[in-house]
Design a protein around this ligand. Structure first.
Ligand SMILES: Cc1cc2nc3c(=O)[nH]c(=O)nc-3n(C[C@H](O)[C@H](O)[C@H](O)COP(=O)(O)O)c2cc1C
Length: 208
């Protein structure tokens, strides 16, 4: 079993990474593998609504960043964690561009798999950021995992995160809850519980 994570900070060793490392450590203690994909410092494209991905196998037409790598690895993942720093009280533009393209090109490889988002701020804007991040899960039939507080940590430097004791605990309990849910889903599959199969969803665009 494996959890795939995305560090939405350009800093591969900053506060968001500190939070994801706490999650990874807890997953390891619980016997679950994980991998953190870095979004890096290079420019990332946003979704241009070209719809080219509709003809591809869960891949984006743009292959010059981590989107297609993430989608390839997502096929074999059992859960997801998306981390973001807070920029002006919202998630990083980088993580939103990448998640828009990941979900537009390959939502089916993520659906019915649980996860949670992590927002990391020096001081404020985590709740608004989590509201945005959590919507990727809930529009895609992905169980959203809770913790003992909203899944945020605070800090300006990586070392600050360890001092946010409640934030650290929130990450640990979110990771434990994720493991619990992954195991429940696996156990359900083994005992014959199947994924609900809906007819094609009607899109009414509020005009009919
Ligand atoms: C452009 C920019 C905007 C930011 N806006 C906020 C903000 O609205 N609220 C806040 O508390 N921190 C803000 N910060 C600080 C970061 O959220 C904080 O330092 C965070 O820990 C960075 O995570 P990282 O080390 O993983 O990149 C901002 C930082 C940058 C670069």
């Amino acid at each position: 079993m494996k959890v795939l994570m995305l560090n939405g900070s350009p800093d591969s060793d900053g506060c968001t990474m500190a939070a994801l490392e706490i999650v990874a450590g807890t997953l390891k203690d619980e016997g679950i593998d994980s991998e953190i994909i870095q979004t890096g410092k290079s420019p990332v494209r946003d979704c241009i609504a070209c719809n080219a991905c509709a003809k591809l196998d869960n891949q984006c037409a743009f292959g010059d960043d981590c989107v297609n790598e993430f989608l390839r690895k997502a096929k074999d993942a059992d859960g997801f964690v998306f981390g973001t720093p807070v920029y002006y009280a919202h998630p990083s533009g980088r993580v939103l561009s990448l998640l828009d393209r990941i979900f537009c090109a390959g939502s089916s490889v993520l659906s019915y798999k649980p996860g949670f988002a992590v927002a990391c701020a020096r001081r404020a804007g985590t709740i608004a950021s989590l509201d945005v991040m959590n919507k990727y899960f809930t529009i895609n039939q992905m169980p959203l995992v809770g913790s003992t507080y909203w899944t945020e940590v605070h800090g300006a430097q990586k070392a600050d995160v360890a001092k946010d004791r409640e934030g650290v605990e929130t990450m640990i309990y979110a990771a434990k809850n994720l493991v619990w849910l992954i195991k429940c889903i696996e156990s359900g599959k083994k005992s014959g519980i199947t994924i609900p199969c809906f007819k094609k969803v009607e899109r009414t665009n509020f005009i009919r």
